[in-house]
Ligand binder design. Sequence first.
Ligand SMILES: [Zn+2]
Length: 116
Amino acid sequence: MKLKIVSANAQIRCAHGGTVQVTPSLNTVFQGIVPLCVEDIMGASIVGCTVPQSNSSKPCQKVVSLMTGQGPIWICGQQWLVTDALVKAQGLTDGFPQPATWAVEDAGQELVEIDI
Ligand SMILES: [Zn+2]
């Protein structure tokens, strides 16, 4: 199965329209892109979630887990994030009510794929 490597330019959102803000930890350019690593997404901040703050709800503010999208490639001790239409890179946020989720909407590049 071919999966796209998620780049530092990826669009990553919570289920309520908030934007997950990631900073790539690698400066490595691989086939023209800067890959995003699993470690970059864990704990990443989320801004713009539309869930109101109340006694029974809380907007997403950070990524707390990765459920799918963990790639098999390690480079410089880092594991890349991968995704496509079938295997979405996604996980949970700290929003409430749970489950509140995030997902990679767009890998940020079209050309670089890996075989798993
Ligand atoms: Zn949210």
